[in-house]
Design a protein around this ligand. Structure first.
Ligand code: ZN
Length: 461
């Protein structure tokens, strides 16, 4: 029996050696073979959770802060550990912003502090005595809401609910109608939700309040009470030089000059740990890079992994990248951008219908792993795909189900424990397969269009 087993083992070794010698071990056409290897690598050796813990536990990663620089270096080191090529940092300049303290007082008799209130992004420090104004309910802060209120908005603080348009659109309308600032009521009952409310740092205050506290204000206004608030913000805006982080798996052969990008923003807001937005995306593409490199895969096209900074302040890292790489945009076949991944549900493009047959073939490949995303379209400027789409390139996203943790993005609840690691690993595996197919497709599956300008943002950033 033992002799027979040894005989079979010797046979397997001999066949393996023969395959390796004739170069058949990595057949370029047998996509299923490589996909299985890559998915197996993620499912059995994932370093995603460990990498996400390292990124998240240090706290938020606001561009141009020490935590953010540490995170950039962490990704560089991991890429070198994983054997990626041309690992480097690309600096760019931006105005960063971070608040130190926000104190909001409801001027009742006696005055009381509005607990949990926070400054929105890009609001400069108020004068030391703060800004005092009467609150007015501006509904969802839409154009219709403000038109209905008319001149009543002048000199007031506009209270708006978080749903509907982007907070910066609400703020813009409020200021156009003469408001002195804005109070945004978060959908999360216990957490205020931050985010950029001005395109550039400006003096008009915007604050966010937890849902429960906001509802109390709404009810009091609804009952006809006059409510006055005093807002004091101390914030820093400074010239920062963050770095986009880059690593590659080089292509081989006549299509090696063509590039497939897999990107995620590494920066976050200062609240919590930036784990949901977008530590999980950063860790997912790092895991995809690791799994693709681990098997020694040699793609037809070059695969470039990119971690952008400055996303939360207005897609600044990806905009700088597109500008700096203008001369190679024609060679970028597609950009797969990952922002808050979960168990994959959809595979979407941004107005490039020619890519759909290819996306259907990727979905067929993913079905074997019980992932069957619906093919569709998306729009808006809510993440780093936007500068590429505006340059006419084909961008793809793989939105999914993040579980209950999704509600905590941009809040102090955005912590490692809120991330569904299993779902994020599933996203990492699916992203690796998607990128693998893009890089090995015999024909380029999408083309570059004329540059365009996208409609304003509709979702989070
Ligand atoms: Zn994000």
């Amino acid at each position: 029996m033992i002799g027979r087993v040894m005989h079979w083992q010797a046979g397997i070794v001999a066949v393996a050696l023969a395959l390796a010698a004739c170069g058949c071990q990595r057949p370029t056409q047998d996509s299923g073979w490589i996909d299985r290897q890559v998915v197996g690598e993620v499912m059995t050796h994932s370093e995603l959770a460990a990498n996400l813990r390292s990124l998240a536990l240090a706290g938020g990663r606001v561009s141009g802060t020490p935590n953010a620089y540490r995170a950039e270096q962490f990704v560089v080191q991991r890429l070198r550990d994983y054997g990626l090529h041309d690992v480097h940092c690309e600096p760019f300049t931006m105005t960063s912003w971070l608040d130190r303290t926000t104190v909001v007082t409801v001027l009742d008799e006696p005055p009381s502090r509005l607990e949990g209130a926070l400054s929105l992004g890009n609001c400069l420090s108020t004068p030391p005595e703060g800004i005092t104004a009467e609150l007015i309910d501006a509904g969802e802060g839409s154009a219709t809401d403000f038109e209905k209120l008319g001149p009543a908005v002048q000199g007031r603080l506009a209270l708006a609910r978080e749903n509907g348009s982007h907070r910066s659109a609400k703020m813009k309308l409020a200021l156009e109608h003469g408001a002195v600032g804005m109070v945004l009521v978060a959908e999360t009952p216990e957490h205020a939700r931050v985010g950029r409310c001005h395109a550039e740092p400006r003096p008009e205050p915007g604050i966010t309040v937890p849902g429960n506290a906001g509802q109390t204000l709404i009810q009091r206004l609804g009952a006809g009470e006059a409510l006055w608030l005093n807002i004091k913000i101390e914030a820093d805006a400074w010239d920062a030089t963050p770095h986009n982080v880059v690593g590659e798996i080089p292509g081989r052969g006549p299509l090696a000059h063509e590039i497939v990008i897999l990107s995620a923003h590494l920066d976050s807001w200062h609240l919590g740990e930036g784990a949901i937005d977008n530590g999980n995306g950063s860790a997912a593409i790092l895991e995809a890079a690791r799994a693709l490199a681990a098997g020694g895969w040699q793609p037809r096209r070059t695969v470039r992994f990119l971690w952008f900074m400055g996303e939360e302040h207005g897609l600044l890292g990806s905009r700088a990248y597109v500008q700096a790489h203008d001369d190679e945009l024609d060679d970028i076949v597609a950009v797969v951008n990952v922002d808050m991944p979960g168990s994959p549900r959809r595979l979407v493009h941004f107005g490039h219908p020619e890519v759909e047959p290819f996306l259907r073939s990727v979905r067929d490949a993913l079905r074997g792993f019980e992932i069957a995303p619906e093919i569709g379209t998306s729009r808006g400027t809510w993440s780093d795909h936007a500068p590429f789409v505006e340059a006419g390139l084909c961008a793809l996203c793989l939105p999914g189900d993040l579980g209950p943790g999704v509600q905590f993005y941009h809040t102090s609840g955005d912590k490692y424990d809120a991330v569904d690691i299993r779902a994020t690993n599933q996203a990492a595996a699916a992203l690796a397969v998607l990128v693998r197919h893009l890089a090995d497709a015999p024909q380029r599956p999408c083309v570059r269009y004329e540059p365009t300008v996208l409609a304003p943002e509709i979702e989070h950033d």
